[in-house]
Design a protein around this ligand. Structure first.
Ligand code: CDP
Length: 227
């Protein structure tokens, strides 16, 4: 670690590994910006679905990603959201978390041009420092110079159960089997893609969260930031 407390913090891991929850709390405690990069890939996927685009048309999707206006703003509603996600004038905060987006986001996020467009923005913001950035490739590609890199993981069953609970808590309908299967497929695509696959950076600290509560994980990561 080059700085105490670390200024650039990278949290990576597969779907529902707990990185967003921990990242959000950590950023709050440190007074840092919380940046959830998954939102950007989800937003591009949402736009493509909304416009009825052919998701296999890499060129068209890439062009759209380059010009997409995705606004992530402080939350205006106390419904569990960490921020508002606005596309055009529309609040799509929960829509970008729909099953439809879940099922298609890994196809879109595997496109090299899409990754380039989004990760350049992420890198510019991350380099300002005092940031907790959460994603799949933050420690490996977006911010390899991060002062602290944490890679979080848990069994697929545990992660699917957490995602199921989250959705039920929002008052929406959820099907455990479907969540489990979509998640496994998303992880498979994310970790086998050619560009910036999901994997721990060589210098990342690994945390298996299977047997840990959200609070225990948070305390562990916070301790890594203590002066
Ligand atoms: O919340 P959850 O962990 O389920 O997903 P997310 O972090 O919102 O990411 C959604 C999808 O975006 C992932 O499955 C990846 O396909 C993609 N993603 C990525 O490729 N690179 C990132 N840095 C973040 C997300």
């Amino acid at each position: 670690m080059t700085k105490t407390p670390p200024s650039i913090i990278a949290l990576d891991g597969p779907a529902a590994s707990g990185k967003s929850t921990v990242g959000r709390r950590l950023a709050n405690a440190l007074g840092y910006l919380f940046f959830d990069t998954g939102i950007m890939y989800r937003a591009v996927t949402w736009i493509a679905l909304n416009r009825d685009m052919n998701l296999r048309d890499e060129e068209a999707i890439t062009q759209m990603a380059q010009s997409a206006q995705i606004d992530v703003r402080p939350p205006t509603q106390a419904d569990g959201r960490a921020f508002d996600v606005i596309i055009g004038e529309k609040d799509v905060t929960w829509e970008v978390r729909s099953g439809d987006v879940d099922a298609n986001v890994s196809l879109v996020s595997a496109y090299a041009g899409v990754r380039k467009a989004l990760s350049e923005k992420q890198r510019r913001i991350g380099l300002r420092g005092r940031v907790v950035m959460v994603g799949r490739d933050i420690g490996t590609v977006v911010l390899p110079e991060a002062d602290l890199k944490v890679y979080m993981d848990a069994s697929a069953e545990e992660r699917a159960r957490r995602r199921y609970d989250e959705i039920i808590e929002r008052g929406e309908k959820a099907d455990y089997e479907e969540i489990f299967n979509t998640m496994i497929e998303r992880d498979r695509l994310d970790s086998t893609r050619a560009v910036a696959p999901l994997k721990p950076a060589d210098d990342a600290i690994f945390i298996n969260t299977d047997e840990l509560s959200e609070n225990q994980v948070y305390e562990r990561v916070l301790a890594m930031c203590a002066p």
